[in-house]
Write a protein that binds this ligand. Structure first.
Ligand SMILES: Cc1ncc(COP(=O)(O)O)c(C=O)c1O
Length: 463
């Protein structure tokens, strides 16, 4: 063994102590750490012949890079939809690397990881009160989950017209309908050979991002006989609008289509007695996307893909690792490799499992309630203020707004984000430049909301 590697391996306990202290120090600084850096000037050295060993590598990292790490896991990072990391999730994630499993089979190999993954999927379904009609597995993020849902939907759609797309290649007869799909749905259509431009956009309800069901039904009527996939939104990224999933599911009585639901973060509405109505009807979906690295507050990367148990055969047709016949009949000898895109797979479930077991339903209900309360409080401040204007109602956990003097919004956004005290994502809604603040981090408090609003007022005064 290489000398440096051997010393590291012998010193593993000391190294872990050092990393533990380093991590605890970082986490203690998270509340005040900067949410952005303007100076990203770093020295990227070529690979040395002799390695530094872990301890000196940590020093090297510390001197050169640590200072420009952004506190994206902190309480005032409100950009995109970025969750934090709960202590249990951190523990689970650390152990995921310690155990270093390649999570595949639930039978015969003596490896518990796939069994625990199945159990974790069941726990997540219980958290969301989804009926026991879904199978699922972990993927890297909602993009991959949307990809997987649309891939299995594509296989289903092909079979409606007698085509085995996984085996014989793409058919251009399949139609994908959506109202306000997330960009990752469009990206998935590119990757899957549909072509990103081929999606048919269904009109939305007035001043909404949710699908107009009259328009949808008209389209379904015209498309009778064609294989159709409907990609539904359960929480659009700008205004957290929800397609009426129950009404869309009801249309299945009259029309034949695959119903995919992108509930990347909006699915967590199911954890709230006040908001669970928003996902009513998702239990009838053919496939569902849930992100864990958003509102579940587990570290990147982690998401779940759910599909109905009756679609197992379609899943295998789509993802079977068919060049390895020695693996046996995939429907009898279960291996995740035959049900999801990746072959080798990280034991991602362990991180989510730790979180679920550690905090239970109550824990996640409280995280969701806290985020929604913070979003509402922030929305109330903006609504009551003479300088700001909400550009959409605060439906759940995202606040979308602009300055009343709309032309000043871009410079306001830039100035605010450069303070390093808060980060929000610039976006465009109805052709207008806006800012959006997404609340999903369990660390965010009402004090953070008050503090940020004060900072915003200071900037507006001198703009
Ligand atoms: C509704 C929705 N779908 C999909 C995604 C893509 O998620 P990921 O970045 O985890 O792939 C996002 C990310 O914000 C999202 O909000």
């Amino acid at each position: 063994m290489n000398k440096v590697l051997k010393t590291d391996q012998e010193d593993i306990s000391l190294i872990l102590d050092e990393i533990k202290k380093y991590s605890a120090d970082y986490l203690a600084s998270l509340h005040d750490a900067r949410t952005s850096h303007t100076d990203q000037d770093v020295n990227l050295e070529p690979l040395g012949d002799t390695g530094l060993g872990t301890s000196r590598t940590l020093d090297y990292f510390n001197e050169n890079f640590r200072k420009i790490i952004v506190s994206s896991a902190g309480p005032r990072y409100w950009g995109y939809v970025v969750g934090g990391v709960t202590p249990a999730a951190l523990a689970g994630d650390w152990l995921t690397s310690v155990f270093d499993q390649n999570t595949q089979t639930t039978h015969g190999s003596g490896d518990i990881s796939a069994i625990l993954e199945k159990q974790t999927i069941r726990l997540i379904a219980e958290l969301f009160e989804l009926p026991d009609v879904f199978n699922g597995g972990f993927v890297s993020g909602a993009t991959m989950s949307n990809f997987t849902g649309l891939a299995v939907g594509r296989q289903w759609a092909g079979l409606q017209i007698g085509k085995d797309i996984a085996r014989d290649g793409m058919s251009d007869e399949i139609v994908v309908l959506a109202a306000t799909p997330h960009s990752s749905v469009i990206k998935s259509l590119s990757m899957l050979g549909f072509g990103s431009s081929k999606i048919i956009k269904i009109g939305t309800l007035p001043n909404r991002e949710a699908m107009d069901l009259t328009v949808l039904e008209r389209k379904l009527f015209q498309l009778q006989g064609k294989p159709v996939i409907i990609s539904c939104s359960a929480g659009t990224v700008n205004t957290v609008d929800f397609d009426d999933l129950a009404a869309i599911a009801k249309l299945k009585e009259k029309y034949n289509f695959w119903m995919h639901v992108d509930a990347a973060f909006g699915g967590f509405a199911a954890c709230s007695a006040d908001y669970q109505y928003l996902v009513k009807g998702w239990e009838y979906a053919d496939s569902i996307t849930i992100d864990c690295h958003k509102w579940m507050n587990v570290p990147y990367d982690s998401a779940v893909f759910f599909t109905r148990k009756e679609h197992s055969k379609l899943q295998v047709q789509t993802f079977q690792n068919s060049n390895a016949p020695y693996l046996g009949d995939p429907l009898e000898n279960f291996s995740y490799m035959n049900f999801l895109p990746e072959n080798s797979r990280r034991f991602r479930a362990l991180t989510a499992w730790f979180s679920l077991v550690a905090y239970g339903k109550e824990g996640f209900r409280s995280i969701v309630a806290n985020s929604v309360n913070c979003a509402k409080a922030f929305g109330d401040y903006l609504e009551a203020d003479e300088s700001f204007e909400l550009t959409a109602p605060v439906r759940l956990n995202v606040v979308c707004f602009k300055l009343k003097e709309a032309e000043k919004t871009p410079v306001f956004s830039d100035t605010l984000n450069k303070t390093g005290k808060v980060f929000m994502t610039p976006t465009v809604l109805n052709g207008e430049f806006c800012l959006r603040a997404a609340f999903v981090n369990y660390l965010t408090t009402r004090e953070d909301v008050d503090f940020v609003f004060e900072e915003m007022k200071k900037i507006v005064r001198v703009l």
